[in-house]
Design a binder for this molecule. Structure first.
Ligand SMILES: C[S@@+](CC[C@H](N)C(=O)[O-])C[C@H]1O[C@@H](n2cnc3c(N)ncnc32)[C@H](O)[C@@H]1O
Length: 196
């Protein structure tokens, strides 16, 4: 992990950000273990990838997978973030052949030829106001039927988000990550469609 820095979240220090990420990492591995076998060759999208934290978790857990990261790279919620730094992190981790990043606003249509097996995201949607619903819609359009959306977020208007998300998917799991302190970060896992 030398030379790798996934950045500092706003309203946070580097140490707090790294601590939050270490808690997310533990929970996300356990979630991944319930979704697909490790050997699966998955197409994965990291929505709001920042400097590639979730991309790194997914690409290392699923070594046959390919991860695409979208971010507009001009939002204040990750200090000093850039596309170049995200690519550099993946090079330092030896993941440059199984990851790619694109400058893209999540509220704009993804226009992707790939139907993703899994969409992952951490601490992105709560900062988007009502535009987040357009972004959620784009996530589900890009996800194959039966695919999964694993989202870590604060859900300040939880019932509104849940109503919207449950019209498109089934909630499989929900876990608290940080507990109700300064941040109440929760991880939710949705299945596109319904359980068989
Ligand atoms: C708090 S950071 C989280 C980054 C990364 N997921 C992580 O956990 O380290 C939120 C990220 O969402 C991105 N973001 C916010 N609004 C966006 C939008 N409308 N389109 C694309 N990316 C967006 C920001 O640029 C930022 O990189």
């Amino acid at each position: 992990m030398n030379n790798v820095n996934f950045g500092t979240y706003h309203h946070s220090t580097q140490e707090e950000s790294d601590h939050i990420r270490s808690m997310v990492e533990k929970k996300v591995h356990s979630i991944f273990s319930k979704l697909y076998p490790i050997s699966s060759a998955l197409q994965i999208l990291d929505a709001g990838c920042g400097l590639g934290f979730m991309s790194y978790l997914a690409a290392t857990y699923y070594p046959q997978s390919f991860v695409t990261g979208y971010d507009n790279f001009n939002d204040e919620s990750l200090k000093g973030s850039s596309l170049e730094k995200a690519i550099q992190n993946m090079k330092s981790l030896g993941l440059e052949n199984r990851t790619k990043f694109k400058k893209h606003d999540l509220t704009e249509s993804f226009d992707s030829e790939i139907e993703f097996d899994l969409v992952i995201s951490n601490l992105v949607f709560h900062n988007m106001g009502n535009d987040r619903f357009k972004a959620y819609e784009n996530v589900f359009d890009s996800l194959k039927e039966g695919g999964y959306f694993v989202i870590g977020d604060l859900f300040p208007e939880n019932s509104k988000d849940m109503k919207f998300l449950l019209e498109r998917s089934t909630l499989l799991m929900e876990q608290p990550v940080t507990g109700e302190g300064k941040w109440d970060l929760r991880l939710k896992t949705f299945l596109k469609g319904s359980l068989k």
